[in-house]
Design a protein around this ligand. Structure first.
Ligand SMILES: C[S@@+](CC[C@H](N)C(=O)[O-])C[C@H]1O[C@@H](n2cnc3c(N)ncnc32)[C@H](O)[C@@H]1O
Length: 309
């Protein structure tokens, strides 16, 4: 059958003209079309089926719901017929009501979408949001990082190193536990992270070339060092001029059991200590602040200290 005949057949009915005129305004579900036109579901579905067969309308599924919209014009004839149909619909007595009902239904759709966010406004950042996680935010922030060469000292099994390796040119993860290094290296291999290298060593004297790193990270590692000032001095030595150090650690606390529970040498650090050590070895642009406080006792606080060589 020729295109023209197919379009003429599909549009030779006032209800189908109404549907075309409505779908020209927005994508609609069968239920919404029912409510707008006040026609039964099977009638609407039959008309939609005919319009779809003619190639004038297309549908998509969203779970159990199907939505319909005008097909993008495949040729000028289809477009001309759709325009004629829309003009024809405007001549129908139901047209004015259709437009009023359409406006109401689209307004309700917008309100429904906002109901949830209106309910959680003011506490949205604290409630569960599907797909929203600090890990995802981490990936987003990593995308804006330049391709750095990074040393992660006291890296553990590489939680942070692996994240960094997905973006950075090279990551060297140093840890003094043989088992952890073996485990981390095997995991990096499994995850095909060829630019992540685990090295066994002490963060107070890391096995890394002097002046070779853009960034040194000590994440919850400094409080394990016998001599934190020496660790900061070593970090300075392996950084290139202009490189950055980033320390995440616990703020000074009184939870003595951290020694036996977590093997901690130090009960966190005062911001003034970190500042003194950083300044003492020559770092500049020092910024230190508490960035997190745990809800549960003993309410550990996390300090972030950053500085530049
Ligand atoms: C609390 S974990 C932190 C791991 C990781 N940086 C993180 O933020 O998830 C501390 C790690 O430091 C390592 N560590 C402790 N003392 C160290 C030292 N003197 N030199 C190198 N690594 C050390 C431990 O083996 C452990 O893997």
């Amino acid at each position: 059958m020729s295109c023209t005949l197919r379009y003429l057949r599909a549009l030779s009915d006032p209800t189908r003209l109404r549907i075309i005129a409505l779908l020209d305004k927005d994508e609609l579900s069968v239920n919404e079309l029912q409510e707008i036109t006040r026609m039964g579901q099977s009638r609407i579905s039959t008309h939609l089926g005919l319009l779809q067969d003619a190639g004038l309308v297309q549908s998509r599924r969203e779970g159990k719901r199907a939505f319909y919209k005008l097909s993008p014009p495949s040729n000028t004839t289809a477009d001309e017929f759709v325009q004629v149909a829309i003009r024809g619909a405007r001549e129908l007595p139901e047209h004015a009501d259709d437009l009023v009902n359409l406006k109401r239904i689209l307004g309700r759709r917008r309100e429904q979408a906002q109901v949830y966010f209106n309910q959680v406004a003011g506490r949205f950042d604290r409630v569960y949001g599907p797909g929203r996680s600090w890990e995802a935010f981490g990936h987003l922030l990593l995308r804006i990082l330049p391709p750095l060469v990074v040393a992660d000292l006291g890296a553990g099994e590489g939680l942070l190193s692996e994240l960094l390796a997905r973006r950075c040119r090279k990551v060297i993860a140093v840890d003094n536990s043989e088992k952890i290094v073996a485990f981390g290296a095997a995991k990096a291999k499994r995850n095909n992270l060829k630019n992540l290298e685990f090295r066994l060593g002490d963060l107070q004297n890391p096995p890394i070339e002097p002046r070779s790193m853009d960034l040194v990270i000590l994440s919850q590692a400094l409080h394990h060092a016998q001599d934190p000032a020496r660790a900061i001095d070593s970090a300075y030595n392996i950084l290139k001029v202009g490189g950055q150090i980033m320390i995440l650690d616990l703020a000074r606390h009184n939870f003595e059991r951290a020694h036996e529970l977590y093997g901690d040498q130090w009960l966190g650090f005062a911001e003034s200590d970190l500042h003194r050590w950083l300044e003492g070895v020559g770092f500049s642009h020092i910024e230190i602040s508490v960035v997190d406080r745990e809800d549960q006792p003993p309410h550990f606080e996390t300090v972030l200290a950053g500085a530049q060589k």
